[in-house]
Design a protein around this ligand. Sequence first.
Ligand code: SF4
Length: 503
Amino acid sequence: MPDVMKTLLLNPPSFENFDGGASSRWPATREIESYWYPVWLTYPAGMIPGSRLLDASPHKVNWQQTIQICKDYEFLILFTSTVGLESDVKLIRKIKEAQPGMKIAFVGPHGHIKPDETLNASADIDFVTRGEFDHSVVEYAHGKPLSEILGVSYRKDGKVVHNAERPQLHTEQLDALPFATDIYKRDLEIERYNVPFLLHPYVSFYTTRGCPALCTFCMWPQTISGHAWRTRSTDNVAREVKQTLEYFPPMKEIFFDDDTFNIRKDRVLDLCAKFKPMKFQWSSTARVHSDYDTVKAMADGGARLFIVGFESGDAQILKNIKKGATVEMGRAFMKNCRKVGIKVHGDFIIGLPGETKETIQKTIDFAKELDCETIQVSLAHAMPGTELHDTMAQQGFLKVEALADSGGHQLPHIEYPHLSKAEMMAGVNRFYDDYYFRPRVVWRIVREALWDGHERKRLYHEATEFLKLRAERLKWVRQGGDFDKPMVSVPAVPGTSSASGND
Ligand code: SF4
């Protein structure tokens, strides 16, 4: 065996417009094509000499091409997802047929939650990683035997062996990781990445890992990234920002795609002081607990937009999902953002525990009162590995286990005795209609595009897709909301994304 195995890190091709991206919060087929960067794969890619990161979907690399590319490699690290697993298993069968000696690791939250099930899905998988996999796969590529690698599960003598857990990387270790942007420059085309509410082209990476909040529906902190909030040093982040600005002159903004960017005030202030002289535009995730001084410092440091998970306008629902934030905090935060000129993309969810027809209306009214620049309304989805999933299953509200139809579109899978899935879907439709079909909101969206040809084209495309999706949703509700019928339940509207980024 050579010193280092020739390694391909793969975000696999799958359904058309499928964003199971190695950072995607809701792996699903998008109605408005949008892609997040496969950030998690960049770190091992940067530590395995001679490796390549192939992000198939955005680069329009199909199965045949992927199989062909694999022939040049001896170790494949594939980022799988709950929705994409079945397709990924079929793909690696073909890869093994073409390249029988290929070693294959499956990484990502699905394998972390269900290592046995993932391994048993295919004899072609050599091992599955649990937790943060950066160093697990790097050690394997450098020839370390599986039995000595922490955080992996594999088969031995017909039985599944789970090695001891791998401790999460701590704060100091994050600075030692390679920069994601070096791998973007080497292997990816940034123009391929589009998220409707972000400027195009954008570049995103993380400044932290984990989130201390306990939101019961949120997958990443309950699976791979964890609740321990670990930070890169502000100098280290500033160095990557500087490099990003040098590497990608056409880039319009940086998106800090942390689970939550603004957890600690002193760190935000420190970062923004370093950002300010660099004079660049950025957006980020944010919780609603930052005060005026923090938000002002962010505006001064170049912040353009925050993605904020308000989730619900009902106080009890926010408690039920352990949001750790109140509607009053949401109002105050929004007011401060407006004062300093930072736009907000607000995320709302319908169908969380405690939802009724009345609370749906309350949330619609709350959203209109907040009047964010753009919104995204999702039906509650209980991803495996989350507290919401376990509670819904225990209480009998999880009507189907399947998260998506055969095209990768998310399916509604929660229903309450007092609130049917059709009523929830109707609520989503009404939410969007009430919110967006207000003259001032229409004007706000159109105004942006008036003088910018690129944005105009994008808006036209997104508006067409939105109206198509709206018609599909209305039809689905009219037909009674059949669980077995393919239905697109993660709506996307002009200026929003169907990739949930609740914070
Ligand atoms: S929704 Fe946001 S704040 Fe809540 S746990 Fe997830 S990342 Fe943290």
